[in-house]
Design a protein around this ligand. Structure first.
Ligand code: MTE
Ligand code: CO
Length: 389
């Protein structure tokens, strides 16, 4: 009770002066928040330079991902690019090949947009049943930041795309020289050549000094450390669009060029890394929802494994191809719960169950798993990754 709470006391911080203004010229979170960090799953990959770590979604709120917590996916580690020596070249089927410095790029008119980036492999370890215990690991290959950049269309217009130029190859300056083919229609639509995230320069991990932003499309296409754009008349069929980032169906045929990220959602709390610790009574359930095709006007939530569904309360900005935050505030009776969320996007598409997805996709897939996630909460408030049918 208020009378007996020993924390109502005179604490050291009430009696001493704190740090001066310059103690941290670039600020860091409170030491009490040291657990809020990106984490990897060591057995997933053979080597940390061709690997992935995950955004701690269970510790975050709102919709914007802090720069230092954006998950990282590199094929050859973080390229150490000197911006003064970095060039972006545009060539191929263009009237006027260009070589742009960072300064040249910053003289084009720029725009600001908030977009999520989701790796196509997000939730990919869950195809054959529940495996990883925490939304950081099942859903954390996603981040959502405000990009500042130049519309790709303006750069392509400056070079002058020839009429037969229907495809664009984007290449990174990392040792992987990662490449993807992008249809010209998308390149001219909403792609950005971005140099800022959440107001500051891109972090090295996110492609400093410049990356491609391909809104709503799988993260692999968002080429980091962008150095080359080649205009061609057909796709290149490189590694990342043949051997990888294709979806092997049950009949042995692979789907290709599955670029758009389907609508998806996840409850971030309660969840395995964010159990209920306060006991029965008022409880805040919250999560994230997104769609590569638009906004999320509605999320349904169930706490009884789908017997009854309630509409969640959306709160925060709602812009296309960006994360949306939802809440469901309820009285927990202290009994076990089966939590699920189901996103509806602005095209009318409804997030499927994992079983419905497997009926169409089989179980050979890695990529594009947007099935409904279930957390089982026990009477102690502990949560676990489960599947129910
Ligand atoms: N670009 C380059 N040059 N090299 C890479 O390894 N990885 C891709 C993409 N762009 C990659 C790249 C993949 S698979 C994803 S999911 C996203 O970058 C991850 O972006 P992030 O590290 O900013 O989260
Ligand atoms: Co990826």
């Amino acid at each position: 009770s208020a009378q007996t709470d020993p924390a109502i006391a005179i604490h050291p911080w009430m009696q001493e002066l704190g740090d001066g203004v310059d103690a941290a010229p670039y600020g860091m979170p409170s030491p009490h928040e040291a657990d809020v960090k990106r984490r990897t799953v060591e057995w997933l990959t053979a080597d940390p330079v061709s690997s992935i770590n995950f955004t701690p979604l269970h510790d975050l709120d709102g919709t914007i991902t802090p720069n230092g917590l954006c998950f990282e996916r590199h094929h050859s580690g973080v390229a150490r690019v000197d911006p003064a020596q970095h060039r972006l070249m545009i060539h191929g089927l263009v009237d006027k090949p260009l070589v742009l410095t960072m300064e040249d790029l910053k003289r084009f008119p720029r725009q600001n947009h908030v977009y999520f980036l989701e790796c196509a492999a997000n939730s990919g370890m869950e195809w054959r049943g529940s495996q990883l215990n925490g939304c950081q690991f099942t859903h954390g290959m996603i981040h959502n930041v405000m990009y500042t950049g130049v519309p790709l269309r303006l750069v392509l217009e400056e070079a002058g795309v020839k009429p037969e130029g229907k495809w664009l190859l984007a290449e990174g300056a990392d040792a992987a020289a990662m490449t993807r083919s992008i249809p010209m229609e998308k390149a001219l639509d909403d792609c950005l050549v971005a140099f800022k995230m959440n107001g500051e320069a891109l972090r090295p991990e996110q492609g400093y000094p410049v990356r491609l932003v391909v809104p709503g499309w799988e993260g692999n296409m968002w080429v980091k450390w962008l150095r080359r754009l080649e205009v061609g008349d057909q796709p290149w069929h490189h590694r990342e669009e043949t051997s990888k980032y294709t979806d092997l169906m049950a009949d042995g045929v692979a789907r290709r060029f599955t670029w758009e990220m389907d609508a998806k959602s996840v409850i971030t709390s309660p969840s395995p890394q964010a159990p209920i610790t306060h006991g029965p009574g008022p409880t805040v359930l919250t999560g994230l929802a997104w769609s590569g095709r638009g906004t999320i006007p509605r999320v349904d939530v169930t706490i009884d494994g789908g017997i009854t569904w309630q509409e969640a309360r959306m709160d925060g900005p709602s812009t296309p191809k960006a994360l949306h935050r939802f809440y469901y505030d309820f009285e927990w009776d202290g009994k076990p719960l089966l939590l699920q969320s189901r996103a509806h996007d602005s095209t009318g598409y409804v997030q499927p169950t994992k079983d419905a997805l497997r009926e169409i996709r089989g179980e050979n897939s890695i990529y594009h798993n947007n099935g409904i996630q279930t957390w089982a909460v026990d009477a102690d408030g502990k949560a676990e990754n489960v599947e129910i049918s």
